[in-house]
Design a protein around this ligand. Structure first.
Ligand code: GLA
Length: 675
């Protein structure tokens, strides 16, 4: 973005416009290259640069001995050139001297084997030794640069939990026990919560409790879920400690980069979100998927959910190929702009890349960058300049909001626990079912918010609840109250079965079958009939189900569709229940995409929601403020499409009176006046 900062920028990291930035690792290059780099950054309109992410070994080469010459110099150089700094605390990867002196900081896997230095993030989240050293470094860095005018944002560690979230060492075990004591207070309560009458697992003392290390047989699911919760809280606790150290020395906003969908599965970001000043997400296109662009938009919408609709930042993405997929597919011309536009349309006000200059050495030397190995006479560099210019033209979009009337209820606890072992089918994947729901809504041209269980649902006309395996009483009631008050819900199989201690939801005498949503749905499940690998079931309306079937017993619901074949032929597959002033639909199988879309279309119609679609491979998403509407059209298809409207098309500056043409592969953003 060209510099047009105004004094009115609301938060330290924001400008009047879309922020354009990158990670930069100057420690990998001689000083002469830094000057070329910064000159090219200015040419490319880079606003903000994340540095010192992996800086620990450079700035503290020996214990307690600091060398800030290079970091001082690069911050000064960036500052002189009007580029602001997203300053890493440098703690993400400890230097070899620390793990050599203190091998006890190295993480231990469930089978007792250690993980060694040589990669990154080789530290145990509970290690007091690691924390002592890392917090000392964070505090020295915060004090040194806390009031530096270039520092617009603090970047705590890096992708906390990407590799090291689950550590099973003795130190982690002790911390886990402390966490359990705080949660349950008495060992009797813990025994009750974990169901330890089963398989002679009763604990008589806290000291007997271990993390869920590798066992001969299946382990205890409640123990595992608590360890998953603990492991998320443990890193969040670590983040809070760094945050406190920074706050003591600086008023600049503080964040850390999430990965809300892939890679970091271990962190419950609903719990993290209130603790960062800015929601920042890292996203890389996953070419292993059939439709990677759908996963991208899912991730962007989920990030906006974490931000409560406020602007958020894409902290990392790639200009072209990454270096960690089995086949590192390069982006074709136009794809970069489409992917970036999809994040912008869904609420991002900043677009940053990993990384500025492609590395020459190390594990990421084949990863793309804004400035590729080929230099400036290259497709990627031309795209970098083109993208920056487009972000400038989209400046008026910044600060606007995305409105959605439909939500998906998303739960990290169900994501973890739905895939525990010893369940009816190993093919039940929480994320896959959430994607399936999302994809059907996206195809209907509907913009989706993500909300946690227990959220206030009042503003939504329709809520989809995919595979919410475990749910506590008050969150279950929240959904029922929403429907009773006139809301519409679609709940899919394997939902509401367990409480938050993974006890099946039935009364203690066994008199009622499991299910938190039985009354809401007017239906309950008598027996599960999961399908074998690759198996399918036909439904009477021509739909095909996969993964799951079951015997559904209706109480007050009406049957919309039955299973037509297989072991559950003649039993309900989809039911609909009028509940209070609203309606709840239950889907007892994983519907094929077309049928899911049909079901969602009728639920949307009943809920009074109309989508805006120009075809399956065209995204139409609107951001707005009190005066203007910005309609993003992202054409992933091979055909030209057009949009009716009047206003200005921002990517070309063209005035529009009637129709915006959106060529195949192109992005257009129509600014319309609301009044
Ligand atoms: C992550 C990290 C970066 C880099 C990129 C590569 O997102 O935060 O340091 O490793 O992946 O894709």
């Amino acid at each position: 973005m060209r510099r047009h900062e105004t004094a009115s920028a609301a938060h330290g990291w924001q400008r009047d416009g879309i922020l354009f930035g990158c990670d930069y690792n100057p420690e990998q290059w001689p000083v002469s290259v830094w000057h070329d780099d910064v000159a090219l950054m200015v040419q490319a309109g880079v606003d903000i640069v994340a540095i010192n992410i992996f800086g620990w070994a450079s700035i503290e080469p020996r214990p307690g001995e600091y060398d800030f010459d290079s970091l001082d110099a690069i911050i000064a150089l960036l500052h002189e050139n009007g580029i602001r700094v997203n300053l890493g605390t440098g703690t993400s990867s400890p230097p070899p001297w620390l793990s050599t002196r203190h091998p006890e900081i190295l993480p231990v896997m469930a089978d007792g084997t250690r993980r060694w230095p040589g990669g990154r993030q080789a530290w145990c989240p509970s290690s007091p030794v690691f924390r002592e050293h890392a917090l000392r470094l964070a505090s020295v860095v915060a004090e040194r640069y806390g009031s530096h005018p270039a520092v617009a944002l603090w970047h705590v560690s890096n992708e906390l939990g990407c590799h090291n979230a689950l550590c099973y060492c003795d130190v982690s075990a002790a911390s886990f026990r402390r966490w359990l004591e705080a949660r349950y207070d008495s060992i009797t309560r813990l025994n009750d919560a974990w169901g330890t009458t089963f398989w002679s697992q009763h604990y008589s003392d806290w000291s007997e409790i271990l993390p869920p290390r590798s066992t001969l047989s299946a382990g205890n699911p409640a123990q595992r879920l608590d360890f998953e919760r603990f492991s998320s809280e443990e890193l969040l606790g670590y983040y809070r400690e760094e945050l406190a150290v920074i706050r003591a020395a600086s008023t600049a906003p503080v964040t850390t980069n999430f990965m809300v969908t892939a890679h970091i599965r271990t962190q419950d970001y609903w719990r993290w979100a209130p603790e960062v000043d800015l929601i920042a997400n890292d996203h890389y296109v996953d070419y292993r998927l059939d439709r990677p662009e759908v996963e991208l938009s899912f991730s962007a919408d989920l990030t906006r959910g974490l931000a409560h609709g406020e602007p958020w930042m894409l902290m990392e993405t790639a200009t072209s190929a990454v270096s960690w997929q089995p086949h590192n597919i390069a982006k074709v011309p136009g794809e970069l702009v489409r992917t970036v536009a999809s994040h912008l349309a869904r609420g991002a006000d900043g677009i940053c890349f990993f990384q500025w200059r492609a590395s020459r050495q190390g594990a990421e030397k084949f990863h793309s960058a804004l400035l590729p190995h080929a230099g400036t006479d290259s497709k990627i560099w031309r795209e970098t300049l083109g993208l920056s210019a487009m972000l400038d033209r989209l400046a008026p979009v910044s600060g606007t909001r995305v409105d959605a009337r439909v939500a998906i209820m998303f739960s990290w606890e169900s994501r973890w626990s739905a895939s525990h072992e010893t369940h009816p089918s190993e093919d039940v994947s929480y994320l896959t079912e959430a994607h399936r729901a999302y994809s059907a809504l996206r195809s209907a041209g509907v913009t989706v918010d993500f909300v946690p269980p227990g959220a206030d649902l009042a503003g939504y006309s329709l809520v989809i609840v995919p595979t919410l395996y475990c749910v506590n009483d008050s969150d279950a009631r929240g959904l029922s109250d929403y429907v009773a008050g006139g809301g519409h819900a679609v709940v899919t199989f394997f939902s509401g079965l367990a409480d938050d201690e993974l006890r099946l939801r039935m009364d203690a005498t066994g008199a009622t079958p499991p299910g938190a949503f039985a009354e809401l749905l007017g239906a309950w499940t008598e027996e599960f009939f999961p399908l074998g690998q690759g198996g399918t079931a036909s439904l009477t309306d021509g739909a095909t189900g996969s993964i799951w079937t079951e015997i559904v017993r209706v109480t007050t619901a009406t049957v919309m569709t039955e299973f037509a074949d297989g072991q559950v032929a003649g039993h309900p597959a989809i039911t609909s229940n009028a509940f209070g002033d609203g309606r709840a639909i239950y889907v007892a199988t994983a519907l094929d995409d077309d049928s899911y879309e049909t079901l969602v279309a009728s639920a949307l119609a009943e809920a009074g929601v109309t989508g805006h679609t120009l075809g399956a491979d065209v995204e139409v998403v609107t951001r707005s403020n009190g005066t203007d509407r910005f309609v993003f059209v992202i054409n992933h298809s091979a055909s030209d499409v057009s949009l009716a409207g009047t206003g200005t098309e921002l990517t070309t500056g063209e005035s529009i009176d009637g129709i915006v043409a959106v060529p195949a592969g192109a992005v257009r953003v129509l600014r319309e006046s609301i009044r």
